[in-house]
Design a protein around this ligand. Sequence first.
Ligand code: PMP
Length: 335
Amino acid sequence: MTMALVQNNTLDLIGNTPLVLLQGPSEAAGCEVWGKCEFANPGASVKDRAALWIIRDAEARGELKPGGTVVEGTAGNTGIGIALVANARGYKTVIVMPDNQSKEKMDTLRALGAELVLVPPTKFADPAHFVHTSRRLAEETEGAVWANQFDNVANRKAHIESTAPEIWQQLEGRIDGFTCAAGTGGTIAGVGLGLKAFDENIRIALTDPHGAALYSYYATGELKAEGTSVAEGIGQGRITANLEGAPIDTQFRISDEAGLEWVARLLREEGLCLGLSSGINVAGAVELGKQLVAEGRKDVRVATILCDTGFRYLSTLYNADWLRAKNLPVFPWLG
Ligand code: PMP
């Protein structure tokens, strides 16, 4: 594996993340299961890539000028990525979020220098919804752009141009399958398109959490959600612009319990502290690996995304009271 260890610019620290062979998942799948360590980005998540590409794209189109402002409706990793990239480029950041989000997230965004605008948690159809509020604020603010991560395809371009070629190079062109879950869909669509450009036989699988509508969409053509999930950052109910034309060959539906089991095992057995979307992705990668092995393929290799650090979820996933309140299994060492 080659990786530049010296960079002249902090923004060049985004991407070029390590790929790691996961022992437990590989054993369970009967093949190699690799994880792309997106928690190693400066903002500790996969969304740093989308933030950088969205901001660069707005600059290239002449929409974002020195001293300008980036506005986005998000409570999580995208806001953190945007705030860091905007700081490095000399822009202001305004993040609109529902006021029921965790205090940790609000504190993190404030710590990074973002201006927070809190709105009531309402349905998408309500004009007060955080997405609509962020678009309106961007329109009303002089020199501001709306990042619009769901429908701005600069998001998936980040993965076509960086994540996919990195995985291809790191595995020296020998990969049989890739899977991950979708929030905006930028990662699955972008990595899928990027890998298929190298080899169209690489199987691209969507791993959907419960409560999302994409599993049913790719299986039957109908957007239909079933169940619920506490996983943050994933679970989509519509075909975003980033998902349009995504080359999805097959799909898996993974429960929170199955994802949490991998979160627990990867932490205790392999020393990786991850969020739940990573656990769900790993469970999906094990399913994909098993599927390819069952077809009689030899030396199967699959890859997935380890989306963000578990340190972002100390008051939720790693908190016994919170897990109990959600009727989820408590990691034994938490008591
Ligand atoms: N996991 C986490 C923790 C995230 O924040 C996101 C971003 N929404 C994703 C997975 C999914 O990434 P994408 O938006 O590219 O589908």
